[in-house]
Design a protein around this ligand. Structure first.
Ligand SMILES: Nc1nc2c(c(=O)[nH]1)N[C@H]1C(S)=C(S)[C@@H](COP(=O)(O)OP(=O)(O)OC[C@H]3O[C@@H](n4cnc5c(=O)[nH]c(N)nc54)[C@H](O)[C@@H]3O)O[C@H]1N2
Ligand SMILES: Nc1nc2c(c(=O)[nH]1)N[C@H]1C(S)=C(S)[C@@H](COP(=O)(O)OP(=O)(O)OC[C@H]3O[C@@H](n4cnc5c(=O)[nH]c(N)nc54)[C@H](O)[C@@H]3O)O[C@H]1N2
Ligand SMILES: [Mo]
Length: 801
């Protein structure tokens, strides 16, 4: 989230597209209801089916799965054509004025940007760069009239997305689209704001990153980023998935979104140079210029005394990767027999990954697998799903784990806020917390390396392990000593005064040094546990500004800031855009930023500096040449689609989509698989584990799929009939639930039906049913490596009783 849950109450419009928060985030959704009750906010819901979010919204729009970028393109075009954007915001706070090189081009006929290599299925993204002067600064035109400035390119690009084209692609009637566009466009007024809430309805596509980029464009045009009641708010999944992402839960990053080293970065100097951007604009604060402090402090946290200035702070201990091994790639490697073992902790890959048959084969090729779990899940007994279970040789070791209420630690919610969670009860039987498991695992590995040696023992033998009981670190120690970090020498200010004593916990990441005198395992969390105590434990409910800031409730990263980019809540001179939503302003007398939130800019930097301090531009990107599939989001059909792309049939789908050779034969076409399908959650279950709980299981005892009433009638299917959903990957049986919630849509003259598949069943637990992912395609977003779970093709067969 750029903002926070509590901040949603400040919105004038709550735009929900790509999620179903009333059912999947019911606790946080109360803030949307509050916005409506207290300030008359309008709730707009765009979904492929009528949900409980739709039921409480002012406007519900049913859209065809996978056509969201077209809808967004239409909104961007509407705002530009009708001059509803916040012009001053756009001019000063975005890259609208930047001039793009003439090697950038988009051909509306072919649907391709310049630099496409059909062999490698990749773009040469360098062609899309800005024009620059000899110092590397971007050339600008403050009038925004230059034919190759971002603003003009943007206008031209989206001029194709007329309301008529939106209707043809999405199936949303033009009038309905315009009704929504009008309400949204009004939030371009300086005193109005719109919040956007999304989750998987947007990420689970072969262009998921791009559709979120399209919202960034819309919200920047409307001046809705950095302001109370605005922002782009990703509603995260598991209660601590934000924490997992922050703390290197995926291979793409080290802790705190630092980059894993590449093979060509052999020295720390090479690595730091490659990852420290130079400013591209005079008015750019360019916060990542501090990169060296974050990485050196991280190396000190990893390796302690073994990391010295003389040995590059043990940089050589870090593996150098030429390629990121994401989830899809790891499974593909197992599938090709290139992995020996797997430790699975709190995840059920068998159930959650597309094309289950591939996952079963992949896991069957492992020698061993450790599953740390609360239950015997499908993951632990994956062999039961194999064609020939006796032939599976993988040895599975199931370790019983404590669950959330049986251990303590922090959780980071979608709003980036860390809260402490206390232990309620002891784990039952032999179940142990992960602190116990990880501590023993580490100590055993160390012992084995000491005894037997090994290829590269140092990173294990010399890891910093500052815990009282090395066999069982406590959550408190991990947060205090490892994550928050400590001073390793007295730290002094400019005048030579000692500000943090050796051994003390660090108060903020502004104290981090690149000379080895600080250790910090995650720079963004630095300050959660200063000498004064654990701020994640704060539960003060006072909110002096009334804006839902709650400064002393938990700790919100970075620096306890509640609204990111909040300098943009004031105009270019430093005056708040909205007198009613005053968040931050420039105090001329004091020469600094003051207000209700922690400023997202160096406090004494004058207003000329851009608010987007993490970008070398200092400005928000309406044009972003860092994505694999183009600097502007373009509508491509889902990889399996019932229709051709209306805009450019020659390139119907994302030309740089990530797909594996072994999967190319497993794609369906509309002649054999005529219906659109999508998958989603039900409030009553949490993925694949609440079916191990009796109380939750009785709520939905039978697996079902939702079929539009009209289609059920056509196929002669009645409620409770058994049907088979068939795709090019496999098939799943379920009971039919004919529904009014998903209506057929007319898409470019063709009637398109959508079938809805809830995901919660499996072959373990109290209630059983086919895994939804037997049906889904192994097709991935090239930027985020997220699978296309929402928009694929299926057929329906009636199963004879
Ligand atoms: N009760 C409950 N709550 C949960 C979870 C759970 O399992 N149970 N899981 C948690 C997790 S991990 C996550 S990530 C979140 C997920 O939260 P959500 O993203 O809200 O989850 P989904 O239900 O998968 O999908 C949301 C909506 O997207 C719609 N949709 C499908 N295809 C499209 C499309 O192409 N375009 C648009 N605009 N909408 C589409 C679906 O109809 C559905 O209503 O929920 C979290 N909360
Ligand atoms: N078709 C389709 N597939 C999907 C999705 C979809 O919308 N459609 N959604 C995707 C998304 S967003 C997600 S997040 C995944 C969800 O996929 P998973 O995250 O794999 O699903 P869960 O069932 O939540 O698995 C979590 C496991 O952790 C265990 N667990 C809980 N607490 C603890 C603990 O404290 N310690 C340990 N060691 N274990 C614990 C639970 O018993 C459970 O088995 O599914 C993905 N797959
Ligand atoms: Mo999720």
């Amino acid at each position: 989230m750029t903002n926070s849950w509590e901040d949603i109450k400040n919105a004038d419009v709550v735009f929900v597209m790509g999620g179903n928060p009333a059912e999947n985030h019911p606790c946080g959704f109360k803030w949307a209801i509050k916005a409506r009750q207290e300030r008359g906010a309008k709730i707009i819901c765009v979904d492929v089916r009528y949900t409980r979010t739709a039921a409480v919204s002012d406007i519900f729009v049913q859209i065809r799965p996978g056509s969201d970028i077209a809808f967004m393109g239409g909104l961007i075009n509407y705002v530009l054509q009708n001059k509803k954007y916040n012009e001053e915001y756009v001019r000063h706070f975005t890259n609208a004025t930047y001039i793009v090189k003439d090697t950038y081009n988009f051909d509306p006929e072919t649907g391709l940007f310049s630099g496409y290599d059909p062999e490698k299925r990749r773009y040469d993204t360098k062609l899309w760069d800005y024009e620059r002067d000899e110092k590397g600064m971007v050339k600008k035109d403050m009038t925004m009239e230059h034919p190759r400035c971002v603003f003009q390119l943007l206008k031209q690009f989206y001029s194709r997305y007329t309301p008529e084209v939106v209707e043809k692609i999405t199936g949303v009637p033009k009038e309905k689209f315009l009704e929504v566009a009008k309400i949204i466009a009004e939030t371009g007024a300086p005193d109005k704001s719109m919040t956007h809430l999304y989750a998987l309805g947007w990420t689970h596509h072969s262009w998921g990153t791009q559709v979120i980029g399209s919202m960034a464009i819309l919200q920047l045009l409307l001046g809705n980023i950095g302001v109370p009641g605005g922002g782009i708010n990703a509603l995260r999944g598991h209660s601590n998935v934000q924490g997992v992402t922050d703390l290197a839960g995926e291979g793409r990053f080290l802790h705190g979104y630092l980059r894993p080293p590449k093979p060509e970065q052999q020295t720390l100097k090479d690595y730091i140079e490659a990852n420290t951007p130079k400013p591209w604009d005079e008015g750019s604060m360019n916060y990542w210029s501090n990169y060296s402090k974050f990485i050196v402090s991280l190396l000190k946290a990893y390796y302690g005394d073994a990391a010295t200035p003389e040995n590059d702070f043990a940089y050589h201990f870090l593996p150098k990767q030429d390629k990121v091994i994401a989830w899809d790639e790891a499974i593909d490697r197992m599938y090709r027999g290139k992995m020996e073992g797997l430790v699975s902790l709190g995840v059920n890959i068998l159930a959650n990954t597309p094309n289950v048959n591939k996952t079963v084969e992949a896991l069957s090729k492992l020698k061993w697998m450790v599953v740390v779990e609360l239950f015997e899940t499908e993951m632990a007994s994956f062999w039961k799903q194999a064609k020939n279970p006796e032939a599976v040789k993988t040895e599975v070791l199931l370790l019983p784990s404590a669950l959330f209420a049986e251990k303590e630690g922090t959780k980071t919610n979608s709003g980036r806020r860390l809260s402490w969670q206390y232990k309620a009860v002891d784990p039952p039987g032999d179940a142990k917390s992960e602190y116990w498991i990880a501590g023993r695992l580490y100590m055993k590995l160390k012992e084995l390396y000491q005894k037997e040696g090994g290829k590269f023992p140092d990173p294990i033998l010399k890891a910093r392990w500052p815990y009282k009981n090395p066999y069982e670190p406590t959550a408190d120690e991990v947060l205090a000593l490892e994550i928050n970090g400590v001073a390793l020498a007295d730290l002094t200010d400019d005048k030579g005064n000692v500000v943090v004593k050796k051994g003390e916990r660090l108060p903020s990441f502004t104290m981090l040094r690149d000379d080895g005198t600080t250790a910090c395992g995650m720079w963004l969390y630095c300050g959660v546990y200063p000498q004064s105590g654990n701020r994640a434990k704060n539960t003060d409910l006072s909110d002096p500004s009334g804006l839902g800031i709650y400064p002393n409730f938990g700790f919100s990263w970075p620096a306890n800031r509640r609204i990111l980019y909040n300098r943009a809540s004031a105009d270019p001179t430093g005056k708040p855009w909205s007198p009613k939503k005053k968040l931050l302003w420039w105090d001329e007398k004091e020469g600094k930023w003051v207000g209700h939130d922690v400023p997202d800019i160096k406090p004494d930097l004058p207003p000329e500096y851009g608010p987007f301090i993490m970008l070398p531009e200092g400005r928000g990107r309406l044009y972003n040449f860092f994505l694999a599939d183009g600097p502007f989001p373009e509508h491509y059909e889902p990889y399996e689609s019932p229709v051709q792309n209306v805009l450019h049939p020659k390139t119907s789908t994302n030309p740089v989509v990530k797909i594996y050779k072994s999967e190319l034969d497993l794609l369906g076409t509309p002649d054999k698989f005529p219906y659109c399908a999508t998958t989603y959650r039900l409030t009553e279950h949490f993925h694949f584990w609440t079916k191990h709980v009796y109380g939750a299981s009785v709520l939905f005892q039978k697996i079902f799929v939702e079929i539009p009433e009209e289609l059920a009638k056509e196929l002669g299917i009645k409620e409770g009939d058994k049907v088979r959903i068939v795709t090019a990957r496999g098939s799943a049986e379920a009971y039919a639930l004919p529904t009014k919630r998903i209506k057929p849509l007319i898409v470019n003259g063709k009637k398109v039906y959508t079938v809805g598949i809830p995901i919660h069943w499996g072959f373990e637990g109290f209630v059983k049913g086919a895994l939804a992912n037997l049906a889904t395609p192994y097709v991935w977003d090239p930027n985020s490596q997220t699978p296309e779970f929402k928009g694929f093709l299926c057929n329906i067969e009636k199963v004879k009783a």
